[in-house]
Design a protein around this ligand. Sequence first.
Ligand code: PAF
Length: 295
Amino acid sequence: MAASPLKNTVFIKMKIFTDPKQIQQYVLAQRAAGKTIALIPTMGYLHRGHATLMEQARPTAEIVIVSIFVNPLQFGPREDLDIYPRDFEGDCRTCEQAGVDIIFSPRMSDIYPAGFQTEVSVAEITRGLCGAHRPGHFNGVTTVVAKLFNLTLPHKAFFGEKDYQQLATIRQMVNDLNFPIEIIGVPIVREADGLAMSSRNTYLSPSQRKAALSLSRGLFRAREAFKQGERQSSILQQTVRNTIQADADRSCQLEYLAVCDPETLVEIEQIEKVAVIALAARVGKTRLIDNILLP
Ligand code: PAF
């Protein structure tokens, strides 16, 4: 990745760190001075969903850090690492407007120097859903998030619920490895027409974007059916499927659709109290995910 001219710039209030050792020393000193730190890990190309994470974090901590790092470890060989959208200057503006104190934007060689050989792997919870279709993805996520936690030493970290399995996996990791960090999940932010916000939405052509709306529409219809008393997963799934298949040009191809326990992500047949309906679909070459929590 080309070095951005903004790196090491000091905004009026916001600091930009690229060096892992420097940010670690800085946060150690801040913690020693009794400051609370919140982290929002991101891969950049920030949208309103990310801005919402920042808004939620701002009142909860004296120092809000946004990390921006497109993590190669979580992309498969045939995935979109090379074309993943980037806009460092726009991201800096979004962060500054949201009152962020620090951007941490490390170089790849600082995060994964030659000889790097450690991986953090969470077992059960990463097997199904996205994990079944993206081998190695969650190991990449947990490895980089563990590193970001160690480098920024936050008291709390904010993650979007759109990446529901990621959030559940990080909670599991934090629990299993005793990170003294509170993990806060923030509800999905949607466009006015229902599409869940994602940096990958930028790949969609106007007609694909229109077709992609059937995903959230299907989930909303299933939620309606749940509200009317339907508790059988197969029927709720069929509601989602029917909505997606009713779309005229059929350009959404479901990769998976599952009704799961929201904590363990184990699939359930009959909903007792709560559930998450999660899906992934391909729209053209773009892979989108979405979910809805019931009730
Ligand atoms: O959700 C993301 O943007 C990424 O998976 C994360 C958590 C920043 C790790 O690279």
